[in-house]
Design a protein around this ligand. Structure first.
Ligand code: GRF
Length: 255
């Protein structure tokens, strides 16, 4: 009898502790410039009861005032900041460099105001059409990630979906990677491939790409929030010097 009540007490204690996350929620900032479907997929995912409390959607930074992502942020109650980049084609390269450096400091300050620091936060690019200065990447070392719609290193650049389609690939899918100074060149965190069926139209191909993105990005962020991502040096095995190790494969691959 006494054993039973001890067991019951232990079970209820377990029930309470299992609802408490062992980690403080990761403060997630989103950088976006356009529609914001990835941003919304992330906010929506972490609103679900089974994922709630794992991250805190701390802030959206967007450089375009009229971007649709602002409406989405408002719908999800996420603080949003318009931060115009003000880098113009007419500038000299020195002026562009100086402005990008300044913008990096503006972003760091904005993130700090919203409680996002390199110790507690993660910065997630999702269609952010601004070149990020190295000062920002150094400050948030290994804490700035981004999503690209193709299987990198194939079809890097702004027109990835179109390039992959025109090339005639039969497998495609998004990549989430750590941002470095190059164009879509940072260490790969995870990829989510899908098959392009023979009858898939261009529209279906794009739809499959976005669905794979919306599935992949929250999954990656959740693993990072739970402390599952490690960046290790695999160069002595002939691998990359900055290699991301994740504990499992993304959902679509497991299925
Ligand atoms: C996505 O396809 C992403 O891979 C790329 O930009 C697009 C952003 O779309 N970097 P959205 O604004 O999230 O809808």
């Amino acid at each position: 009898m006494q054993n039973l009540s001890i067991k019951a007490a232990l079970l209820s204690l377990l029930a309470i502790t299992s609802t408490l996350s062992p980690h403080a929620p990761l403060k997630v900032a989103i950088l976006a410039s356009g529609s914001g479907s990835n941003a919304e997929a992330i906010w929506r995912y972490f609103e679900q009861p089974e994922h709630k409390g794992i991250i805190e959607p701390a802030v959206l930074i967007c450089n375009r005032k009229s971007a649709k992502v602002f409406e989405r942020a408002q719908r999800h109650g996420v603080p949003a900041v318009w931060l115009p980049a003000k880098v113009f084609r007419s500038m000299t390269s020195e002026q562009k460099e100086a402005r990008r450096k300044e913008y990096a400091q503006e972003m760091i300050a904005t993130l700090k105001e919203h409680g996002v620091t390199p110790d507690n936060g993660l910065v997630c690019g999702a269609g952010f059409m601004v070149i990020i200065h190295a000062d920002f990447l150094d400050h948030f070392h290994n804490r700035v990630i981004s999503i690209h719609p193709t299987l990198l290193p194939s079809f890097a650049g702004d027109t990835g979906i179109d390039d992959a389609w025109k090339y005639g690939v039969t497998v495609s899918g998004p990549t989430v990677h750590i941002v470095d100074e190059g164009m879509d060149t940072g260490p790969i965190i995870a990829q989510n491939p899908f098959i392009k069926q023979p009858n898939d139209t261009r529209e279906i191909f794009e739809q499959k790409t976005h669905q794979a993105e919306w599935q992949l990005y929250p999954w990656v962020i959740e693993h990072i929030a739970l402390g599952h991502m490690h960046v290790v040096d695999k160069s002595d095995e002939g691998g990359p010097a900055r290699c991301v190790v994740m504990p499992e494969m993304p959902p679509a691959i497991q299925a």
